[in-house]
Design a protein around this ligand. Sequence first.
Ligand code: MG
Length: 374
Amino acid sequence: MNTLAVYAANPEATIGRRFEEPASSLRNAFQRDRDRIIHSTAFRRLEYKTQVFVNHEGDLFRTRLTHSLEVAQIARGIARTLNLHEDLTEAIALAHDLGHTPFGHAGQDALNDCMRDYGGFEHNLQSLRVVDQLEHRYAEFDGLNLTFELREGILKHCSLKNAKQLGDVGQRFIDKTNPSLEAQLTNFADEIAYNNHDIDDGLRSGLITIEQLQEVALFNSQLQIVKAKHPKLEQRRLIHETVRRMINILVVDLCETSAQNIQKLAPESIQDIRNAPYLIAFSAEISQQNLALKQFLRKNLYHHYKVNRMSAKAVRIVKELFQVFFSDPSLMPPEHLQNANIDKARAVADYIAGMTDRFAIREHRRLFTVEESL
Ligand code: MG
């Protein structure tokens, strides 16, 4: 590892855990956070949760688990280049999607709709809830008891109303300050990962084509370079060679632009970072190209009629599950029933949010189909 920058997050100067614990003799505080995340139940469930394509649609599509690994890989590379803390960056990347519902954004929107009168549902907040409360593994506390820096990194967005109830990690939304650079860069790594793997998965599924993608400058410029260098390349290699160059362009631009921003500010501590404007950024030109790519994907992939059909089914499943459990919480497994005595709607939302795609489909069948065994 390179020398850590003075403004990087430092495990020895961590703001700390919610419950005090003796330090590990072998691992720094952020390594320990990462290890706890990997051993959590919510992390294992990421294997059967999806973003765009539902898990049973094919074995080759990304799941939230492979997505999180790709984010971690991209984020660590950026952290190392900028002399930031790789272990913290990796841990934030691996934890960033833990609170996602089944069925990607369709599932999240449906659950948020169901929770409208009961405080709403935000997946970022839910990721924090998972690591702070919902994992039941340790004898002395609920949750994973992660460091402040990790929890701060998970909470990417938060409404002001929720921020006020969160205490320490919510404070920055009230003060309008920023998180560590490790957290900032992981947000970008997330975006770089999903835009580019959605191109790959979109092409693989046949929902979008290379011809269509040529209207996207970021894709087309790299495609032409690959074609010129390898005129007879088969399609799969052509796509991969193009996508890997796109990722490289985005990562290099992000590192260069961010390094300049950091240099201009000359921060001397992580506190300077928190008080400064967001320093991790693309250049204006690449930011524009990246936006055009996102717009293309929204229009042509995320709103493709075949994706819409799956999303509509997902919304129906989530809403019907919510209604049935909300009207009769005794239909939930006993461990969820306990929380229902305190806040019924939240207990139902926690149960549904924790489901994988296939578990939600099965649970729906068990509750709505007479022939299905219980
Ligand atoms: Mg993500």
